[in-house]
Design a protein around this ligand. Structure first.
Ligand code: EPZ
Length: 436
């Protein structure tokens, strides 16, 4: 059973060397949905080979589109023979972003139905802004029997103000309006690199979208879209996770195949805590200081602010800094579920509301913990890499939703991490080294 897999980490080795960063999971989810909006073939390259991507590809096959996995990192999608406009709960319960198919199908066929996503480990996660956007384009949106359906005789461009900055709602409305009649303006749009990536793909497919990456996006609807080939942007969160792992372990690593501009908030915080940073065209080198890290304060914000998807990793690093730090989570209300687990590893963290107050300890101590969600799971791995002794992390299923070959990449940097099974033997031969 995949849920019984765990990481076994023997901490204390500084990470050293180069790591190649893959395509951004959250960008790829939007790109794959957008790819079905034409009857031609769209080839997506630099796709991360992670669980969430594979679930969305199954959902895309589930509505009748053809999905040809050329290799682990390239897929050809053809939306010509789409036969169903209804996306099953089976997919949405595994991955919320299946709801991107609502915007894509509504734009293309003016009709779609997707099971309602529920809350999740990091909070309630409403979808009101997605629905507001579809309604503004003239769709009738209905929520009943656990489904959200949207239908329009004609989709007509409109002026939409997003009350809150939302990556998902911006991408969903962007897709639907690309094939609406006339002009749509999205104000207070999300500026995340993945929003820009989806807009770039749609433009390559023949859409007319301007302003992606700023808070006003203007879309002039076109009649139809055509095929193309497009590579996913590098994953800034995967890169940031490795950079923080280097900081925590007193390491020195270079993340390769990144867009340094996307990592500005992360590198600024690494400098704050005393790391040295060298920037190259498509790589960043992080060198940890020889002594303790410095404490700092951080608040998560929409891009270009510090990403909420890096908050747990940052907190783990501040947990071993020399002094008092604060972390303020301003995007999701329940993103401190890992604090209990980290406390079991010796951290000194108190959470009040959306603020975590951290008094750094010198070292974590290895313990048995569980990954509560994707990013928090990755953060616990960082803690395990720094800890004295052995850490066993259960539920690594969550981590594998978004990190490709995480243990392999860490091993290549010198980490002592192996994959094993609960109550079972460790999986690879190398594990024998420290399985006793
Ligand atoms: C995306 O989620 C990412 N997921 C998340 O990454 C990321 O944490 C988040 O953006 C913030 O950067 C994908 O891209 C697939 P939002 P999304 O809509 O789009 C509120 C990870 O670990 N809101 O930008 O769902 C919402 O509650 C994941 O890879 C509404 O109020 O996030 C939140 O407070 C976890 N109404 C804020 O907006 C809505 O209709 C931002 O959420 C929609 C959102």
């Amino acid at each position: 059973m995949e849920h019984s897999e765990q990481y076994i980490i023997n901490g204390g080795t500084p990470l050293q060397g180069d790591v190649h960063i893959g395509g951004a999971k959250n960008a790829a989810l939007g790109l794959l949905a957008a790819a079905i909006m034409t009857d031609d073939t769209v080839t997506i390259e630099n796709l991360p080979d992670v669980r969430d991507i594979n679930v969305l590809l199954s959902a895309i096959e589930g509505i009748g589109a053809s999905v040809d996995r050329v290799n682990a990192h390239t897929v050809r999608i053809c939306g010509k023979n789409i036969s169903g406009l209804s996306v099953d709960y089976e997919y949405i319960k595994k991955i919320r972003a299946s709801y991107y198919l609502l915007g894509a199908l509504l734009g293309k066929y003016k009709k779609a139905e997707v099971a309602l996503p529920g809350g999740c480990a990091i909070g309630a996660r409403p979808i009101d802004l997605h629905l507001k956007g579809f309604r503004a384009l003239g769709a009738n949106v209905d929520i009943s029997h656990g489904l959200m359906s949207a239908e329009a005789e004609r989709l007509v461009g409109s002026h939409i103000y997003m009350d809150k900055v939302s990556v998902g709602a911006t991408i969903n409305v962007l897709m639907a309006s690309a094939l609406a009649e006339g002009k749509t303006v999205i104000e207070n749009a999300a500026k995340e690199p993945h929003v820009v990536d989806v807009a770039n793909l749609l433009n390559k497919m023949g859409a007319n979208i301007r302003g992606a990456g700023t808070d006003v996006i203007r879309i002039q609807g076109v009649e139809k879209l055509h095929g193309t080939t497009y590579p996913v942007i590098p994953d800034q969160i995967e890169a940031g996770t490795f950079m923080f792992a280097a900081a925590a372990t007193g390491g020195d690593i270079t993340v390769r195949n990144v867009i340094p501009k996307h990592l500005e908030a992360t590198t600024a915080k690494l400098l704050d805590i005393g790391c040295r940073i060298a920037l190259y065209d498509d790589a960043i080198r992080v060198t940890a200081p020889s002594g303790r890290l410095r404490p700092t304060s951080v608040t998560t914000l929409p891009y270009p602010g510090f990403p909420t998807d890096m908050q747990p990793q940052m907190a783990v690093v501040l947990g071993i800094a020399d002094g008092h730090s604060t972390v303020t989570e301003s995007i999701f209300e329940s993103r401190y579920k890992y604090v209990g687990e980290l406390t079991r590893m010796g951290a000194n963290i108190k959470v009040e509301g959306n603020i975590a107050m951290i008094d750094g300890v010198e070292k974590y101590s290895g313990a048995q913990v569980s990954a509560p969600d994707l990013r928090a799971g990755a953060a616990l791995v960082i803690a395990g890499l720094q800890a004295e002794g052995q850490t066993v992390i259960d539920d690594i299923y969550y981590i594998e939703r978004g990190y490709e070959s995480f243990d392999e990449k860490l091993r290549a940097l010198g980490a002592k991490i192996e994959k094993g099974r609960k109550n079972g033997s460790i999986k690879t031969e190398k594990d024998a080294r420290f399985s006793a």
